[in-house]
Ligand binder design. Structure first.
Ligand SMILES: [Zn+2]
Length: 400
């Protein structure tokens, strides 16, 4: 079999099966950007060759990483607010003086699509430098149609200027904008009847997300957003039970959501609902760290019910200025008690599942995109163990 490119002498973690088993003398073959073969050299198809052969020298090779929950596209940052909070000021007083999410909304509304792309590339490049080949990006800092569209256009453009797959999510129901503080239902109307149809009409979103929380939207309001998403044929996901148990996990499950994210306060009933629906639990240890949260997500219950577990950065300017998926894995292990294997599955196969992309990425299997991360480590545990040590040797996106 003649291919475009071969990676030989790899310690190969295909992420197929129940455990992270490593194939000692593995080979990956790529044809037209897709995997033609990934497995032991000894079992490779007869006559497997290519003009371009890359010797991995015994390095670990995994699927390219998938960051399945980010708010990467926005303008500005909130470092000054961070500094004020460290000095003892309360969030309420910061918000009252124009800080908090409103400051990001104002900065993002004032930015052009070009500005947003420019501002985001620095953060995106940090993810790319760690082997991320698929990233999800949400809107949600416009909270009005024009800027929500701009954020999604900027997100889509990222994949034109960098070798990465960008999956976009419309998050109009992220927060109530200042101009609707007195009438939240009227804002939800706006999301359902104006923003979402515009986004869907322009084909700019792969899914619809919402924030179910006392400070954001009620389950009844989310139901209206999800019904609208359904009418437009878009799958849903939910920021659920982050600060309190609002029944978010069960609500997400009821709509067959791709994922329910955060889940610190999710009840046993919520976990059962996720298990029945096959909804992925996306865990976000960066926000947990930044908010000094003490309530851990119910990892043991999620594990017992075999709910798929993913890990993501939640990269955002307010509660998780984290642009390192490797660090997110470390934090998920140390803070949440996830195992090394759960963390690695959580940024490959299960993260792909959370995006509805398991058919094309997330594992090294014939027919999927040839997205690889080649690591300067031999043991998978080293991907989770180190904090801050650059470990990526090479990154391959669609065979290049
Ligand atoms: Zn988020």
């Amino acid at each position: 079999m003649h291919c475009d490119r071969l990676w030989t002498h790899a310690r190969l973690a295909t992420m197929v099966g129940r455990s992270v088993s490593v194939i000692e003398d593995g080979v990956v073959a790529c044809l037209d950007g897709r995997i033609a073969y990934a497995g032991p050299q000894a079992d490779a198809p007869a006559g497997l060759d290519a003009a371009d052969v890359i010797d991995c020298g015994g390095r670990l090779v995994t699927p390219g990483l998938v960051d399945c929950h980010t708010h990467l596209v926005h303008a500005g940052h909130r470092a000054q607010e961070f500094q004020r909070r460290l000095a003892g000021e309360m969030y309420q007083s910061i918000a009252a003086s124009g800080g908090g999410i409103v400051s990001t909304v104002n900065a993002t509304r004032a930015a052009t699509v070009d500005d947003l792309v420019e501002a985001t590339l620095l953060r995106l490049d940090a993810l790319i430098a760690e082997g991320v080949t698929t990233v999800e990006v949400k809107s949600g800092y416009g909270l009005e149609t024009r800027t929500e569209l701009n954020q999604l256009r900027a997100a889509r453009r990222l994949s034109k200027v960098r070798p990465i797959d960008v999956v976009t999510t419309f998050l109009g129901a992220h927060a109530v904008p200042p101009e609707f503080q007195q009438d939240r239902d009227a804002y939800v109307d706006r999301v359902c009847t104006e923003q979402l149809p515009a986004v869907a009409g322009a084909g700019l979103a792969n899914a619809v997300d919402a924030y179910c929380e006392g400070i954001a939207f009620t389950p009844v309001q989310i139901t209206r957003v999800f019904d609208a998403a359904r009418r437009h044929g878009l799958p849903v996901k939910l920021h659920a039970d982050q600060l309190s148990d609002g029944g978010g996990a069960a609500l997400a499950a009821r709509y067959g959501a791709l994922s329910a994210d955060h889940l610190e306060y999710t009840s046993t009933e919520g976990v059962d609902a996720l298990a029945r629906a096959g909804t992925v639990a996306v865990l976000l240890p960066g926000a947990y760290l930044m908010l000094r949260e003490t309530q851990r997500p119910p990892i043991e219950a999620l594990r017992a019910r075999e709910v798929p577990l993913a890990v993501a950065t939640d990269a955002n300017p307010g509660t998780s200025p984290l642009t390192s998926l490797l660090t997110a894995m470390h934090l998920a292990a140390v803070q949440f008690g996830m195992t090394v294997e759960e963390c690695i599955f959580g940024v490959t196969r299960e993260a792909a599942r959370a995006l509805g992309r398991l058919d094309t990425v997330g594992t090294l299997e014939r027919g999927k995109w040839c997205d690889l991360a080649v690591w300067n480590v031999a043991e998978p545990a080293e991907l989770v163990y180190w904090l801050g040590l650059p470990r990526l040797h090479a990154r391959v996106w669609r065979g290049r």
